[in-house]
Ligand binder design. Sequence first.
Ligand code: FE
Length: 344
Amino acid sequence: MPIKKTNTKVDINQRRVINGADADVIQLYPMRHAFAWEAYNAGNANHWLPTEISMQKDIEQWKSTAILSDDERRAFKTVLGFFTTADSIAANNIVLAFYRHITSPECRMYLLRQAYEEAIHTHSYQYIVESLGLDGGEIFNMYREVDAIYNKDAFILSFNEGIFDPAFKTGNLKSDQKFLENIIVFSLIMEGIFFYSSFAVMFGFQRQNKIVGSAEQVQYIMRDESQHLNFGINLINTIKEEQPELWMPEFQKSVIDLVKQAVVLEYTFAREVFPKGIFGLNADSFKQYIEHIADRRLERVGLPAQFNVSNPFPWMSEAIDLNKEKNFFETRVTEYKTGGALEW
Ligand code: FE
């Protein structure tokens, strides 16, 4: 759209997460959505790369026949099979849906950072597959072959339909609700629920001192993902404030229904990963854990808890607090090139 030449300044009160004025997407100021700028800065401060983490111990343990049982190997590969394509699905939606329809420049700044982080996560899985000498064609194709992964991804991808249509536009009640539903599915469900049994499996390994390099990679991914989730929740709650008419009772009910469907898909996946259960993690405790975090996600967007169960994996909260517990700079194996060290 051609810009109009004018001395009139942008009115901060006209700025919106969606349906803001067309020309406003270029100007970062006047900034209205401070949460997005904070998220952008937090993302930069947490920058990391997969190749900075040593995979030596994992390589030795994977080769050894004495460390990992067949069930543990199968669980690790299935979790990796989910992860390898999950961040690409998230990245596609950021670039092809969020970025196109979100009109707040500061939110778009964070989306650029977030999209790069999703690429780093996919790089991390590639690095694990390559380090351990796994069959990339097998692991990366699991989302088409393994029912429990396929069912989660098919559910998520069905919410791209319509939104990826070049003719899709926000600006009326129906399309705004459809886009808000897309944000809810990708942020609250994909990033807020569908990653979490896989995170728990990886930290289960870490607690046994097994495949610790891969687990550390996933710990950095989880730190990024909890930031993505926070940002998504801020988007949802800000849209609710800016366009309260969208958050009608039927819509709230449909969100609760989607979360309930997702909970079933997620604990079905966990059952597939651990049919017999290992290191104290079994299908029942996963079901309870997923229900527990689903309630927390619902509460963050102002909806009532549905399951009201306690957290069977309290150690997961410690794993999430990586930035407070651990000094990344003491463990990283390479350093960034600073301006002075660059060679031309
Ligand atoms: Fe993400």
